[in-house]
Write a protein that binds this ligand. Structure first.
Ligand code: NAP
Length: 272
């Protein structure tokens, strides 16, 4: 039986996403954490994927439960080998949902492809292995997560891919990472057309520079670099994870039912 024919009977929390089930890759820290918490506040059951930091994932799940929501952790390390870790992710998702939310029908309504890794190796330094890792986590994994997840994703569902403002600002020192996000945006556009007949929307949400662990080493320690980062935005400040999560929540909601194949700019007006 395909997921589209099943009814959802997940626990109901009042909110726009009541009765929905969501999976957020890399949901244990940074933007992913904010997205997981926001979708849970909106009433969705949230599967919080992480790679290695189980403590962080458990913290997010505990915070969501303390707030009256429903969440469970899903360990799966995404990467370049095989199908990018997609089947491991879905196996862990299926068993986590059955174990933690037994009253919910199998399958899901909202997939947020958020997990990514960056590299600052220049064109001259980058090794083939590093290239494969960055493209593996950031492009191959989302592609196969979607491919392997299509029979789980219900009709009328949502896919949100987390891109980056670097697709339209040339920063040669991170060109490999930027190229992965360009590929993700192209995937978004084509996938939106492919899945339109099922009423599934596919959109990219594009953060600018956001204060997360990824940037912590320089953003939280060097005032000059923070000022440089802030100056990209029309608001002259760095973004916060919840400011991206709010845009993802819109894309995941019924309010965005007529929006697909779009690149939703959440860069705080970077590079205007
Ligand atoms: P972050 O704080 O570094 O968090 C990364 C998350 O992804 C963690 O939950 C981590 O889990 C998980 N993760 C990392 N590698 C993984 C793997 N191989 N398999 C599964 N999960 C993995 O990242 P962030 O800054 O919030 O970035 C989130 C998204 O926003 C990314 O797509 C990033 O490219 C995009 N973005 C960020 C910024 C920014 O300024 N922060 C700007 C533009 C776009 P573990 O802790 O278990 O490793």
């Amino acid at each position: 039986m395909s997921a589209s024919t099943r009814s959802v009977s997940a626990p109901v929390t009042a909110g726009k996403l009541s009765g929905k089930v969501a999976l957020v890759t890399g949901g244990s820290r940074g933007i992913g954490r904010a997205v997981a918490e926001r979708l849970a506040r909106d009433g969705a059951v949230v599967a919080v994927n992480y790679a290695t930091n189980e403590t962080a994932a458990r913290e997010v799940v505990a915070a969501i439960r303390a707030d009256g929501g429903t969440a469970f952790p899903v360990r799966a390390e995404l990467g370049p080998a095989g199908d990018g870790g997609a089947r491991d992710l879905w196996t862990a998702f299926d068993s986590g949902l059955a174990e933690h939310v037994p009253q919910a029908a199998p399958g899901l309504d909202i997939l947020v492809n958020n997990a990514a890794v960056a590299t600052s190796s220049s064109l001259y330094e980058l090794s083939p292995g590093e290239f494969d890792t960055v493209f593996g986590v950031n492009v191959k994994a989302p592609f196969f997560i979607v491919k392997e997840g299509l029979d789980r994703l219900r009709d009328g569902g949502r896919i949100v891919n987390i891109s980056s403002g670097v697709v339209r600002i040339a920063l040669p020192e991170i060109m490999t990472y930027s190229a992965t996000k360009g590929a993700l945006d192209v995937f978004t556009r084509h996938l939106a057309k492919e899945l339109g007949p099922r009423g599934i929307t596919v959109n990219s949400v594009v953060p600018g520079i956001v204060d997360t662990d990824t940037n912590a080493a320089w953003l939280r320690t060097d005032p000059e670099k923070r000022a440089w980062a802030a100056a990209f935005s029309a608001f002259d400040r760095v973004g916060e994870p919840d400011e991206i999560a709010d845009v993802v929540a819109f894309a995941a909601s019924d309010d965005a039912r007529w929006v697909t194949g779009a690149v939703l700019d959440a860069t705080g007006g970077s590079g205007l």
